[in-house]
Design a protein around this ligand. Structure first.
Ligand SMILES: [Zn+2]
Length: 668
């Protein structure tokens, strides 16, 4: 996955943060529940890699997984192109290729202005009369097209429970069933996870928004106390970006190295180096409108500096501003039974670790707390209200692999032997937690239940970034303003959103994770190439040939495995939104951070100096396959993530819709 923080998702989702209950009223008649002979449980572990799994299973680290497959199957699961989580989970759910479900990347570009937009959901803003009386409720539209298999099952009378499912915001309605959304639910600020760092060690110049979407707040102490503010969501009743803030107070006890945290009548004394419990945050937009969230503090240091971390403020499961579950009160029921849990789709605090405001220990404590809580939600359902079809997705395997690959790859620029000794087993420990979840689920299910464990893609080390736009500029496919062909070096810039690009003379540009778009007449605002002209195909041929033969100047090795034409890998009525070309990098390489948001910085191949050190998003699907485990055997070795949906339908004797691209795999 990718950082989208620098991109102002906040603005995009600003109008989301409205405390109006939007209920999904169904006119549909509930189908009668069907009796089934055998149940089905599908567990998803985002980014679990088959090679790491096999290695650790053979070493005896994953006993439950080993036991599961001793009577069943372990094979690689084909993934999508590109092998990215939103793309692959959309295919998992719908059984369709991206050309039909319409999700090609985390971000898409608006051809009207060449700016990135969130690809997964679109907000429709609310309207207020006199800035006070709501006259139109806000809505969120899920951009994933198609009908997920669990919806088809529920509509056919199969009792279905789905937990933390990516791209279920807002969630579909499951008659007789329950669903809790996952990846793509924003935080209360409308972003994919704005963390807060309050500290006396910040200078005035350091405060404000950080590169990957943190909020840095300078503290000033007086008599061992500091008063500050938590800046929350944008006030939807006001024009512009006016945020609602609430007061927060810290009181240091130096002798005991602990901190009293006071927020809106809640108080907790937390020792240095520890997490607080969950605090409830209430942001009042006006007398009738309150926005509710939950977040946790971590006391980093009490003396000589006072530094406190605050996690992103999640939608309060009991009172989310938008539906995150179906039925709408399902998330509240889970909270009543099990206490607060994270609702934010990007659940783990990768941005804070990437910016080095928290360390590895704190990050992993939070990962295990979150993964453990999500496991509790699943066990609770399996024990108290078992469904015939249960689907649960966990993302810790992905987040930890992104952040800790540097400690299992001694050739990574951020490899650190001391840290590797301490935290080099973090990915393994996350797989062991996955193994524990598999073991517990096997214990909780009856013997006839079929258990399938999948991941959406595998993983690679990411040592170097590729500045695709810089390459396009050097090769003359992109023109920079003021360029005479010789002075490119002085025109390069780290700035996002193509500030220096001369669109009237640019043939192609890159945005997102490996996508290249042609500056097309009739599609892009300043398009220069006709799609139907021979020039279009010739242009693609030249770019493909150039990229596929490009070698890393440091080692003389090719860095790009293949460049796919969009029309060759996607088919369906959403293809119009796909890129013209999709780059598939070899292991250790990926699109640079800067390219994803349209910068044209100096240098083509650059070392990845971030802790975010493993990746897969712009890799080749052929060497980035996911895992497929089961307690029974499959009849085929050639199974892809698109096959899970039709296979699950057939399992319950429900007809497979013709638009599904996946094939039915018979179960032995
Ligand atoms: Zn990922």
């Amino acid at each position: 996955m990718i950082t989208l923080q620098r991109f102002r998702i906040a603005v995009l989702f600003a109008t989301l943060a409205l405390g109006l209950a939007v209920s999904t009223v169904s006119c549909q008649k509930k189908p009668a529940l069907r009796q089934v002979k055998q149940k089905l449980i599908i567990l998803g572990f985002d980014g679990a890699d088959p090679n790491l799994l096999e290695q650790w299973m053979n070493a005896g680290h994953l006993p439950n997984t080993r036991k599961l497959i001793s009577r069943g199957a372990f094979q690689q699961l084909g993934t999508t192109s590109p092998p990215e989580s939103p793309v692959a989970w959309a295919t998992f759910a719908t059984g369709m290729n991206p050309g039909k479900h319409g999700i090609f990347d985390f971000i898409k570009r608006n051809p009207e202005n060449y700016l990135p937009e969130i690809a997964l959901a679109s907000p429709i803003p609310p309207r207020f009369l006199f800035g006070l009386i709501p006259i139109r409720a806000p809505r969120v539209v899920n951009n994933r097209q198609g009908i997920p298999f669990y919806k088809i099952l529920a509509d056919s009378g199969i009792k279905t429970t789905v937990l933390r499912m990516p791209l279920e915001f807002p969630p579909v309605e499951l008659p007789n069933g329950k669903i809790l959304g996952g990846l793509n639910i924003p935080d209360l600020r409308g972003t994919w996870g704005t963390f807060f760092y309050f500290s006396t060690d910040l200078t005035r110049w350091e405060t404000g928004s950080s590169e990957y979407g943190g909020k840095l707040v300078r503290l000033e102490t007086k008599d061992n106390a500091a008063d500050t503010q938590v800046e929350g969501p944008i006030n939807p009743t006001k024009a512009g970006i006016s945020r609602i803030s609430i007061p927060l107070r810290f009181e240091v006890d130096r002798e005991k190295s602990q901190l009293k945290i006071s927020l809106q009548g809640q108080e907790e004394t937390v020792p240095e180096g520890r997490w607080s419990h969950w605090f409830h945050f209430t942001f009042k937009a006006h007398p009738f409108l309150k926005l509710h969230g939950v977040g946790r503090f971590h006391v980093l240091q009490t003396f000589p500096e006072l530094s406190v971390y605050l996690s992103p403020i999640n939608f309060d499961p009991a009172q989310p501003p938008y539906p995150i579950s179906s039925p709408a009160n399902y998330a509240a029921q889970l909270q009543a039974a099990l206490g607060p849990f994270k609702t934010l789709g990007w659940a783990h605090d990768t941005w804070a670790l990437n910016e080095e405001r928290i360390d590895e220990k704190i990050f992993m404590e939070d990962v295990f707390e979150t993964m453990g809580k999500n496991a509790q939600l699943l066990y609770h359902e399996l024990k108290s209200d078992p469904a015939d079809c249960t689907v649960a997705v966990f993302t810790a395997t992905d987040s930890v692999s992104h952040m800790f690959y540097r400690l299992i790859d001694p050739e990574h620029p951020r490899y650190d032997a001391r840290l590797a000794e301490q935290f080099g087993d973090s990915i393994l420990r996350t797989y062991q937690k996955m193994d524990e979840i598999i073991g517990t689920v096997v214990q909780l299910m009856d013997a006839s239940t079929r258990l399938i464990v999948v991941s959406d893609h595998g993983f690679h080390s990411w040592r170097k970034g590729f500045n695709t736009n810089t390459w396009l500029a050097e090769k003359g496919f992109m023109k920079l303003k003021g360029s005479d062909g010789k002075n490119l070096e002085e025109l390069y810039s780290e700035e996002s959103f193509f500030p220096n690009v001369d669109w009237d003379h640019t043939q192609a540009y890159s945005l997102g994770l490996g996508q290249i778009y042609v500056n097309l007449k009739g599609r892009e605002k300043h398009g220069v190439i006709y799609q139907t002209s021979p020039e279009y195909d010739a242009l693609l041929d030249r770019i493909i040939a150039g990229l596929e033969s490009y070698v890393d100047p440091d080692n003389g090795e090719r860095i790009i495995e293949k460049v796919y034409r969009g029309k060759d890998i996607f088919h369906g009525d959403q293809v119009r939104d796909s890129a013209d070309l999709q780059i598939a990098f070899r292991p250790n390489y990926r699109t640079s951070w800067q390219t994803t948001l349209g910068a044209v910085p100096a240098g083509i191949v650059v070392a990845n100096m971030k802790k975010w050190s493993g990746d897969h998003c712009a890799s080749d699907p052929s060497d980035t396959k996911g895992i497929l485990l089961s307690n029974r055997k499959f009849t085929s070795k050639d199974i892809s993530i698109a096959d899970i949906a039709p296979t699950s339908l057939r399992y319950f004797d429900v007809a497979v819709p013709p638009q599904m691209d996946g094939k039915v795999v018979e179960l032995r």
